[in-house]
Ligand binder design. Structure first.
Ligand code: SAH
Length: 242
């Protein structure tokens, strides 16, 4: 069933009037009165709703029953280094599909892309739209949360139970082995480098903070592939292990 996220709390009756969502419902899905959809708020509460009217500017809805809470057995944050625009946007979409709870864009020593403050606001909005659409498409109950961009060294590790950095020169610790020790409900942070990888100093800094370097296998993956691989591996090991 089609799913839409709205900012407001879910009242018994409400109107969806976001232009993109209205367009999608009217012209892509060709929805009409009595059709049913799922509406979620930004806190992860979802309800089945019925369309009462399709008007010029909005879709009027009536609340039906609540959806059961689909709780994941872990929480994962992806700290993704800034990479070329289209690859970066792909990461937002795919990471959302693959269950990332939070994404933190990070700047590193070898970050090539320089974002001007002026365009940052606009970029952040575009990234949020990509995440919202991917959350709807992949039937998540909760939106993936997007943090504002920060330097690698400003990441605060104390929020996490497990922190990993994907490092192609790590030869002894595989991501699989590392994930075998992760406990249920763990709060995980995985850090992915930019096109040029992390510098030795950055890895030394991270290791000193207690961050575990992990290998994602024998091949060198592009940054965006590494992010998707890491999130898939986490899902496989922690969600599909029973
Ligand atoms: N420029 C580097 C590769 C960077 S790959 C080189 O040529 O050696 C971009 C990022 O993807 C890396 O910083 C790392 O976080 C991740 N990555 C890619 N392949 C990996 C692997 N096999 N193991 C661990 N991390 C990997």
């Amino acid at each position: 069933m089609q799913r839409y996220f709205i900012k407001e709390p879910l009242q018994d009756r409400l109107v969806i009037d976001d232009a993109n969502q209205v367009h999608h419902m009217k012209h892509v899905m060709r929805m009409k009165k009595t059709d049913k959809i799922i509406v979620c708020d930004f806190e992860g509460t979802c309800f089945h709703m019925e369309i009462e009217a399709v008007t010029q500017t909005g879709i009027e809805l009536k609340k039906l029953q609540a959806l059961p809470n689909a709780k994941k057995s872990y929480h994962v944050t992806l700290a993704q280094s800034l990479i070329r625009k289209d690859h970066f946007e792909l990461v937002f979409q795919k990471a959302t599909e693959l269950g990332a709870d939070t994404i933190i864009p990070i700047e590193t020593e070898r970050t090539i892309i320089k974002l001007k403050d002026k365009s940052l606001d606009q970029k952040q909005k575009r990234w949020e739209t990509i995440i919202q659409e991917a959350s709807e498409q992949s039937h998540r109950n909760k939106l993936c949360h997007l943090e504002t961009i920060m330097p690698l060294k400003s990441l605060d590790f104390k929020y996490y139970d497990e922190v990993f950095v994907a490092y192609e020169q790590e030869k002894t610790v595989s991501f699989k082995k590392a994930l075998e020790h992760v406990k249920k409900d763990a709060n995980i942070l995985i850090i992915i480098g930019p096109e040029g990888g992390f510098s030795e100093q950055e890895i030394a800094f991270l290791n000193k903070q207690g961050v575990t370097s992990v290998s994602l296998g024998p091949r060198i993956l592009r940054s965006e592939t590494a992010a998707m691989f890491a999130l898939s591996a986490i899902s496989l090991m922690l969600e599909m292990s029973d």
